[in-house]
Design a protein around this ligand. Structure first.
Ligand code: LMR
Length: 335
């Protein structure tokens, strides 16, 4: 009897604590959890934008929505993340634009070598009607694009002393992202491309499974590639940017107020990350130069012209799949 009363007393105390924390008539509910998985480190443009998104969402919906961010392929790596979104095992991911070619051939436009002069041109194209339309190009496959996030221009690195001209990479093995355009790009150079997940690249470079890779300053620094490469050529020959994607069915089924709040937080996190991207890449470039481990080769006009010419066949090969109109629209953004 005494035992029962004590238990009842505890229950009442617990109920009182709950009603003090929640307004009358609102039942205490566990927050809705949104999982955001990505493959890079936190101190990168994508890592920072994801954390900003979490901060903004949790400020907008205190106690109602929680965003869990999993960086560095902790939850899903390259091989599984798109599938995981489609299965509903994760809600948001932000793969690089090179990783969508199984879902749409159009997005391959971003991988064409020397298409964009700089990140300002990439930004103009992404904001154009053609760029915006690409966000919707995978809805038929269950993926909705919510935003483009910037990283930066790609540089080329390898384990040789000299890396100035296309002939310097002939016969070498290069890690590439899962993109047929990038495969064709390295074949055009007479090199051997190997598709590898991002999480495997450092070890592959360290053990000599591959000789080189292409990436942004931010990834070359945060993944420590500069410690296991001898040369980095400042080619700026392509771009690594991202599309934040979600499961279209999940997104469309969210309560309208939550969807609107998430969209607003996404817009603000995008602006924040895209503002930071250039600064982070420049700082990482400087750190790599100062570390003095890999030599950073600045290229002259003639060198760049030689790389451009060597990669030209890639355009001809993919023009049909991507569409001449889309390529022309992207080219226009250079002006
Ligand atoms: C890569 O695989 O090299 C990049 O796409 C990684 C990333 O997300 O920046």
């Amino acid at each position: 009897m005494i035992h029962t009363r004590r238990r009842f007393g505890r229950t009442l105390a617990a109920a009182a604590a709950v009603s003090a924390a929640w307004p009358l008539g609102v039942a205490a509910q566990a927050p809705r959890v949104i999982k955001f998985s990505h493959v890079v480190a936190e101190k990168t443009p994508k890592g920072q934008a994801a954390l900003k998104f979490k901060e903004l969402v949790e400020k907008t919906f205190p106690g109602r929505v929680q965003v869990q961010v999993f960086p560095s392929s902790q939850l899903f790596g390259d091989a599984k993340e798109l599938e995981a979104v489609l299965l509903g095992d994760v809600h948001l991911i932000a793969p690089s634009l090179s990783k969508f070619d199984r879902y749409t051939k159009k997005i391959q436009v971003f991988d064409l070598p020397f298409l964009f002069d700089d990140m300002a041109a990439v930004d103009r194209f992404q904001s154009s009607p053609h760029g915006r339309a690409l966000l919707e190009s995978m809805t038929g496959r269950g993926l909705r694009g919510l935003a483009y996030w910037h990283n930066g221009m790609k540089q080329l690195s390898d384990n040789r002393e000299r890396l100035l001209r296309p002939e310097d990479v002939k016969g070498l093995k290069f890690r590439i992202q899962a993109s047929d355009v990038l495969e064709a790009q390295f074949r055009a150079l007479g090199a051997n491309p190997q598709k590898l997940a991002f999480a495997e690249v450092y070890q592959a470079l360290q053990t000599g499974v591959v000789d080189g890779q292409e990436n942004t300053w931010s990834n070359i620094h945060s993944q420590k590639y500069y410690e296991v490469q001898k040369s980095i050529a400042e080619t700026n020959h392509g771009v690594i940017d991202y599309m934040v994607v979600t499961n279209a069915k999940w997104w469309d089924g969210l309560p309208a107020d939550i969807r609107a709040g998430l969209a607003a937080a996404m817009a603000e996190a995008t602006a924040h990350g895209n503002r930071l991207a250039h600064e982070l890449n420049e700082a990482d470039r400087q750190r790599i130069v100062e570390a003095g481990k890999a030599r950073v080769h600045k290229l002259g006009r003639d060198d760049i012209a030689a790389w451009r010419k060597a990669m030209e066949p890639v355009w001809r090969r993919f023009q049909g799949e991507i569409g001449g109109d889309l390529i022309a629209a992207a080219q226009k953004s250079n002006t």
